[in-house]
Design a protein around this ligand. Sequence first.
Ligand code: SF4
Ligand code: SF4
Length: 442
Amino acid sequence: MKTIRLVYIVLYILSGALTGLFYATDESYLPLTALLIAAIAFVLQAYADYAPQPAGIVHHGVFFKSISNRGILGWLLGALLTGIYVALYWFPEVLGKSIDGAPNKGFIHFFDSISTALNGHAASEWFAYGTLYTYLIGLFGIRFMWKYRAHPYHLRRTQVILASQFVLAYFIPEILESFSQGQAYFDKDLKNVWPLNYDFFYSWHLDNMQTSSMGMFFFVFGLAMFLIVTPILTYKWGKRWYCSWVCGCGGLAETTGDNFRQNGPKGLVAWKIERWSIHIVLVLVSIMTAATLYGYFTGTDQLFGLSIYSHFQKPYGFVIGALFSGIAGVGFYPLLGTRIWCRFGCPMAAYMGIIQRFKSRFRITTNGGQCISCGNCTTYCEMGIDVRAYAQKQQNIVRASCVGCGVCASVCPRGVLKLENGPLEQRINEPQSLVDYIKTKG
Ligand code: SF4
Ligand code: SF4
């Protein structure tokens, strides 16, 4: 193992040197080469970290403890991520974005050659971000599979996460974009569904989709995903089919965020806030979209004397789209866990959560007689669910917020928890209100 550790350290240094060489020479093959060498180093490191560990049940081996457990490095990382998001949204020139037609510089310039190869033009700040996002999901996804290699559920779903991100969210949109040069832009990520994709019904987006047959396909597909596919799949498997298998936000949380899953707020107060906030966001996106469609079909830009852009779309995009989902959603990973956005803000999760709670075959069954109260399940539930309380009551978990990640079942040393799909009858077994139970137990 010592040799492998030496090899990956050398590869990291080589990757750093190639990055430096790129900025000195501007050779276009160097960025991709540096990224590939760093990826090989990362995979070797994952192997060296986890291969000697038993392929068991413990959530072992977090990256530096001070980062993972809200230590000083965790706070610094949170501040750095938050700063990067602020720059991305409002000050992209800090990251090197071209101004007045000048070439990109700095961080964004690093991605120019990859962007040109994929879609035919220099990188935008969002291309650089999307490439890094996909790269991290790929690397940490492989690491995650090493860590949970004893669990076929995690292997399968991580493979689907990687395929969804690389194929549906990255390569297909970029390649389609290269075939659509000069044509009106519309979102080509097939898994980006309204209400998560809140600008789907914006006038410019509806108009642009109508300019080509490919656009019409994306329009019909988008509607079908929201109205037909999502309810059916959520009925069959719960919201996990999307939140833990397909969604990009969930994909990043499950892979790159795995070291922070224990940091999510827990307890009844957090549960109460979460139920209010996520449903408020669902109401807000519905109101904003209704106003948008009203404006589109009537040809007006006002509703009840309010500007549809300034009073509906702009505040939603700023507060929910940028501040909440981007800056807090990822920037606060080290401090508030990886599912802050999914738990407290995502309107897609709220929509599926309602179906999951009242009309879904999904449940986590508990064999509480075996429970030894170790609390692993509650500790590592990224959605802050007190899984142990359910286990001890032998009550099925049918919570709207559960994303079906399955980590509670994997870290349970007694095999108490099982993710299942079954008939609706007897899905909910509530011998005593869980809230009362938690209160009596303190
Ligand atoms: S209850 Fe289990 S499956 Fe559901 S979100 Fe928590 S850890 Fe994941
Ligand atoms: S259900 Fe399993 S992980 Fe949770 S407290 Fe009981 S024994 Fe521990």
